[in-house]
Ligand binder design. Sequence first.
Ligand SMILES: Cc1ncc(COP(=O)(O)O)c(C=O)c1O
Length: 405
Amino acid sequence: MTAIQAPSLADREAAALLPTYARQPVAFTSGSGAWLTDDEGRRYLDFLGGLAVTALGHAHPAVTGAVAAQAARLVHTSNLYLTEPQVALAEALQRHLGWSDGRAFFCNSGAEANEAAIKLARRHGLAQHPGKVKVVSLLGGFHGRLLGALLLTGNPAKHAPFQPLGDWVTHVAHDDPAALDAAVDDDTCAVWIEVVQGEGGVRPLSADMLAAARAACDRVGALLVADEVQTGVGRLGAWFGWQTTAVEPDVVCLAKALANGLPIGAIVARGAAAAAFRPGDHASTFGGNPVVAAAALAVLDTIEREGLVDRAAARGRHLAAGLEDLAARHPLAVGERGRGLLRALVLHRPAAAAVTAAALERGLVVNAVAPDAVRLAPPLTVTEAEIDEALTLLDRALSAVEDTA
Ligand SMILES: Cc1ncc(COP(=O)(O)O)c(C=O)c1O
């Protein structure tokens, strides 16, 4: 009699989930710090952090403790009522942004944060004159998959299956200050930027581009919105990415690392932008509920207490030097780009998927952020020894792909 084999997790997924994800062939079951363990007990060094999310690493006791304590007390009430953790989180963000006039709104994801900022920018624009609803955003930018955030996203291939999405967004090249200036007119309510385009291949914007965005907004009374969903909360070696530049936005969008993996999104608006919304203009049933707010407070508190912002800058320099060294020794690699602990190893040809797969086989988690770029976003708590180990594994992965070429 032949034994009936239990279906694999991948087979069960195919029979039960909509096929939106092309997943890697691994199922993780636990994590600790910069390490993950899969369902066969194999350990991996996690240099992706759940897409730049687990800034404190996996199972950080401060987050686990805050979530457990809050969940034991009160999980949810809706935003019809006041809850202390949400207000305390908004106050902490004001402090780290340096915006005493900053006002926050909480939601559940990066795309939702961008959607909230779109509505805020429209409200701000329409208070000036009818029709002031247009947005200028950048090619290569990524802002999420909900319909408004998708249209902001500067990737026409992602728009194509869902057209029409509307005509209120103009995209300009990510490094063309003159084109940006020309695209912004009196009907523009906002310009959207990422200080470092994350999903666009870890591409820092030039100082000229950032200055042009700020100047164009000031010229027409539009808001400069910095999507800091990937770059915020310490990752670039500053609390927020814009603090590494000469330009200050009017609105920031946050998510990802803010609660170390619990679903949260936020916008913080300052100045006139903070006065644009009225009660009823926007809402979220779960947004900023006591558990996610407690988790986010634990994240911000830990980053501050342990000096992780400066540490991210220092570890980022160590990682960048190691990637440059790999690029000098490997014919496949060109160099590296990024800031702080958001980095990409840039390749000569579109082999990032092969390098990522070879790295995973060797116990290193990274991802192919572009066909020719491998992204690394380790936790802010990563040690130099862990960085050196990751570089050794990446070295071997590059050699393996070079050998099969
Ligand atoms: C800059 C930026 N904005 C928005 C998003 C969308 O975030 P979410 O997937 O939480 O909706 C992402 C996700 O990668 C992002 O990197």
